[in-house]
Design a protein around this ligand. Structure first.
Ligand code: 5GP
Ligand code: ZN
Length: 115
């Protein structure tokens, strides 16, 4: 499925729900989390609807590599100079809330509200 009409992140990709975008290319979108845990908290998502990290196959290897490789470049662009966290919550036990694959990337001076 390339888009799920009931998925909030697919709606963000389609521009039906606004977001504070920090990066967009053919494969992915990155935007600020609406409830940041850290001074800088962005989500990197594939434009393609993939529900969870447990749903990826070898055909997604390049996409996943692109998402991970983008993280340090975005942190640098957003002024994060002292390290950052990357996090992907997967499924119920992984405490995933939004079922469209996303990578949290968090940085900035501590203390943070969470994480
Ligand atoms: P999860 O627990 O699924 O890994 O995290 C979902 C994240 O998406 C949460 O940090 C939450 O704040 C964020 N989020 C949920 N809905 C929206 C939204 O409409 N816009 C933005 N920018 N972030 C959202
Ligand atoms: Zn989706």
């Amino acid at each position: 499925m390339s888009a799920d009409p009931n998925c909030i992140f697919c709606k963000i990709v389609a521009g039906q729900i606004p977001s504070k975008k920090v990066h967009e290319d053919e494969q992915v979108l990155a935007f600020h989390d609406i409830h940041p845990w850290a001074p800088v908290h962005v989500l990197i998502i594939p434009k393609l609807h993939i529900a969870t990290l447990a749903d990826v196959g070898p055909e997604h290897d390049a996409l996943l590599g692109h998402m991970l490789g983008l993280a340090p470049r975005l942190m640098k662009q957003l002024g994060v100079t002292n390290g950052f966290r990357t996090l992907i919550n997967t499924g119920p036990d992984g405490l995933q809330e939004v079922y469209h694959l996303h990578m949290h990337v968090m940085g900035g001076p501590r203390p943070w509200s969470k994480g």
